[in-house]
Design a binder for this molecule. Structure first.
Ligand SMILES: Nc1ncnc2c1ncn2[C@@H]1O[C@H](COP(=O)(O)OP(=O)(O)O)[C@@H](O)[C@H]1O
Ligand SMILES: [Mg+2]
Length: 274
């Protein structure tokens, strides 16, 4: 099972939108997919049509009680092949419950290991923080995708995220690779968006996905219908772009193959060269 964390501690950069729509695109291509909602805000859970406060069991139970297996938490969805490990607000307490636990960074990984033969791909929607939850996501993952809103200050906060990724690689998960940086909220008509895109591409080089996600009203509307944009509005630009992203990943964007040296990058950022 390939496990892809969608991470950026910045809120509103398109993590959940990417998680839900990429997971759906993979499922529609015939994969068995597990989407793990690792955010107490439960936007991915809502976005797939479940009411977080009405759930009997959530990912919180699997993370805080070793007797409860992931299998008991996972729900099917309206999309064939797409399954969801849902979240709700209880997950916000998980940090306190795990803080004394030896091996607290590995809890998600252990749970996912037990079910990994049932799925081809697991997508983990992270919360907007570099918390223990995000650490668990990165420790459990083979890849990380970083969505970045295409605007000025886009690079802000990235140094911290890349440093965290590096620490996780060193200490908890040597297999972790940055699969790519995904440009979101792109506005092709504005010069500003073009300038920022150029700047980001100069900076990250081949690490940026060829596929970009444009600002599309349908992408913002779909969650209120409790579904992905691929089912809500199959012919819209957002649907096409998330399908293209799944293809780009499938077509051998080998994990880490074009990776920047994130240590050097982090240093460069901290030296203020940006
Ligand atoms: N490409 C896009 N075009 C228009 N709206 C978007 C796009 N991507 C995300 N949104 C909307 O922007 C808001 C933040 O996106 P979201 O995916 O929830 O970010 P995050 O999970 O990083 O906080 C949501 O209301 C979402 O529907
Ligand atoms: Mg989110």
């Amino acid at each position: 099972m390939r496990t892809i964390a969608i991470a950026n501690q910045k809120g509103g950069c398109g993590k959940t939108t990417t998680s839900v729509n990429l997971a759906t695109a993979f499922a529609m291509r015939g994969n068995q997919v597990l989407l793990v909602d690792l955010d107490p805000q439960a936007h991915a859970t809502l976005g797939l049509g479940y009411r977080p406060d009405s759930l009997d069991k959530t990912i919180y139970d699997a993370l805080t009680n070793a007797q409860i297996s992931m299998a008991r938490v996972i729900l099917s969805t309206a999309v064939k092949g797409l399954n969801l490990a849902p979240s709700n607000i209880l997950l916000s307490g998980v940090e306190f419950e795990l803080v004394m636990l030896h091996g607290r960074e590995y809890v998600l990984r252990q749970q996912l290991d037990n079910i990994s033969s049932n799925y081809d791909i697991c997508i983990v929607d992270c919360s907007p923080s570099l918390s223990l939850l995000t650490l668990n996501a990165l420790t459990a993952s083979t890849d990380v995708i970083i969505p970045v809103q295409t605007q000025y200050y886009a690079l802000e906060g990235l140094r911290q995220l890349l440093e965290t990724t590096e620490i996780v690689k060193d200490r908890f998960n040597k297999n972790l690779e940055i699969l790519g940086v995904l440009l979101t909220f792109v506005e092709s008509r504005t010069t500003l968006s073009k300038q920022v895109q150029r700047q980001l591409r100069e900076f990250f080089g081949g690490l940026i996905f060829d596929t970009v996600i444009h600002r599309t009203v349908r992408l913002a509307e779909a969650p209120s219908a409790g579904e992905s944009v691929l089912t809500y509005s199959p012919t819209c630009r957002g649907a096409a772009e998330y399908k293209a992203l799944a293809d780009e990943i499938n077509n051998g964007r080998a994990s880490g193959s074009q990776s920047i040296n994130s240590k050097a990058f982090a240093k460069e950022m901290s030296d203020g060269k940006t």
